[in-house]
Write a protein that binds this ligand. Sequence first.
Ligand code: C2E
Ligand code: MG
Ligand code: MG
Ligand code: MG
Length: 284
Amino acid sequence: AKRDPGTSYRFYDHQLHVSVGHQLRLEADLRSALRGRELELYYQPRIDLATEEVRGVECLLRWQHPTRGLVGPDEFIPAAERSGLIVPIGYWVIEQACKRLKECQDMGFPGLVFAVNLSFRQFHDRKMTETIFRIIFNANIDTSLLELELTESAMMHDPDYAQRCLRELNQLGISFALDDFGTGFSSLSNLQHLPISLVKIDKSFVQALGESADAEHIIRAIISLAHSLQMSVVAEGVETEGQLEFLRQQHCDEIQGFYYARPMAWEDLVQFLNRRNQSACLQN
Ligand code: C2E
Ligand code: MG
Ligand code: MG
Ligand code: MG
């Protein structure tokens, strides 16, 4: 029989079709999720190690999928980045975070910092600074309570652009945190001219404590370098008492992790804050 050159092509095409189809469906679903209010923010408290007070919360995106249930960001942020949908989604996140920040102020939890993650693509959106300006202006919030988390790669891709944007937003009162820090550690000093007030140690280092002496050394070095540059340090992914004790001894400023609290829905955060307020009142 004559070989049909189309067969293998068709097979290949079918495979391609499946993955492109999957990607397109995910994108279409995400687009309707954004319209249909299926996206939701969860909030994870950050605790000050010296005072044990809740200093702030990190806003973490979730997708309340009609059939799949609660979907985490690692499963859809990459597709949102590729398609560019992360830009409108990211602005929705900032808007929602500002709305909750305002509610917190009105409910009598003043001074709570709301941290929002900014992706690479969103940070490089041409309209970023003016859009953020419009959002915070409409939300009528204390801008010093809004913090944006960026990774080193987002800032180092175009340092001049990063410097301009960070300065403009910083002049409005917004502060910046360096997320997932640790891997490109030597460049912390390269970033010192940027208005970054906080460094978040990546959870992989925290979780390697007790198993690797390197993790201890790296964490010590990050904390001392950050402090010498007048930056505060948050350790992410703290799950155990042992990790907490080590970080306390190293004068880490704040911790975030399952040990204190998991990311939670808004209603649960309000309860969490109320409970902590009550027990603080009883102690005083
Ligand atoms: P991230 O910004 O580094 O956020 C911290 C992640 O660590 C969160 O995962 C949080 O749930 C998790 N985590 C906190 N404490 C612990 C712990 O003790 N143990 C463990 N194993 N994990 C802990 P999540 O919520 O799945 O988010 C993953 C990533 O997705 C975030 O990492 C961030 O890069 C991205 N992301 C989340 N929300 C947004 C968003 O609104 N916009 C953008 N662009 N990215 C987002
Ligand atoms: Mg983050
Ligand atoms: Mg992180
Ligand atoms: Mg991360």
